[in-house]
Every structure is written in C-alpha cells, then in structure tokens.
Design a protein around this ligand. Structure first.
Ligand code: SME
Length: 156
C-alpha cells in the first residue's frame, strides 16, 4: 500500500471512531491508538490547551512531559503560531523539548475550535530523521479537523 492509501484508510477509520462520540478523552485516546498502530511511529499523542500551557493528553508510546508552556518547544510554538510545524531534525529546532532522547524528527498539528482557537495539538515523533513530509501534513491536518469538533467544550 502507498502512503497515500494508508492515510486514506486511516482518515476513514478516524472518521468512524469519532462519529457520534463527544467525550474528549475517549476520542483522543482512540485516535492516538489508530494513528500509532497504523503508522508505527515512536510517539503519538495529544497535548490539550489549559490556560496558557499545554497538558499531556491521551497518547501511545513512552512517558512524556506533562506540561509545556505556550511558545516553548515544538508543541508550544505550534500553539502560539496556530499552524502545523514539521521538524526534520529536532536538534536543529531551537528550544526543542526532548521528552525522549530517541526522537529525531517530529510533526505537530494544531486542532482548532469553531472560533478558531487552538484546543489541542497532535504531536507525532519518529526515531528517524526527516520522517514527515507534505503527505503526512495534509492527512494529519484532515484528521485534526475531524477530531477538533469532538473535543470542543460545550458552549455556555
Ligand atoms: N518534543 C516536543 C515535546 C513533546 S514530546 O516530543 C512527546 C516539543 O518540543 O514540543
């Protein structure tokens, strides 16, 4: 199967996992598991926005940092910019937070609420350099836009 085909199936799987679900933890847990088992990267998970920092959410892989300040590391920078960051070599990213010394490359994709605010970020780490390309970015952004409405807090 090509990478495109693998992602096309994964996106459909995510769509059906999210369908009819509104519990953020359940949704993020199953989506992290689906991505992780399909793509086989080193670490796959969500960091959720809490005030001015990110807190570790559901993930698959080794233990990770619990809190990341806005603007710090790849995840905190993606939160601040509100856009996807692809890092081919984590050692070249100023301020990269090494939760695991095994991580060599990384992609972080923001999940936006209906008002455009970032609700969480999806972070995937690889043990190889330059793992993530435009195909990964495009499909992971599609996954982020499917998951975001299911983790949005109800309007007051
Ligand atoms: N490397 C990330 C921290 C999270 S872990 O990779 C799971 C960063 O710099 O934001």
């Amino acid at each position: 199967m090509t990478k495109e085909q693998t992602y096309a199936l994964l996106v459909e799987q995510v769509r059906s996992l999210v369908q009819g679900e509104d519990d953020p933890v359940s949704v993020m847990a199953n989506v992290a598991a689906a991505i992780h088992t399909t793509l086989g990267f080193w670490w796959t998970g969500f960091y959720v926005v809490r005030g001015d920092e990110l807190r570790l959410g559901p993930f698959q892989g080794p233990v990770a940092c619990t809190r990341i300040e806005r603007g710090r590391g790849v995840c905190g920078t993606a939160l601040e910019r509100g856009s996807t960051i692809v890092v081919p070599d984590v050692e070249q990213f100023p301020g990269h937070i090494a939760c695991s010394s095994e991580s060599r490359s990384e992609i972080v994709v923001p999940l936006r609420g209906s008002d455009g605010r970032v609700l969480a970020v999806l972070d995937i780490d690889s043990r190889q350099l330059a793992t993530f390309d435009d195909t990964d970015r495009r499909h992971l952004e599609a996954i982020a836009s499917i998951v975001a409405p299911a983790i949005e807090p109800p309007r007051q």
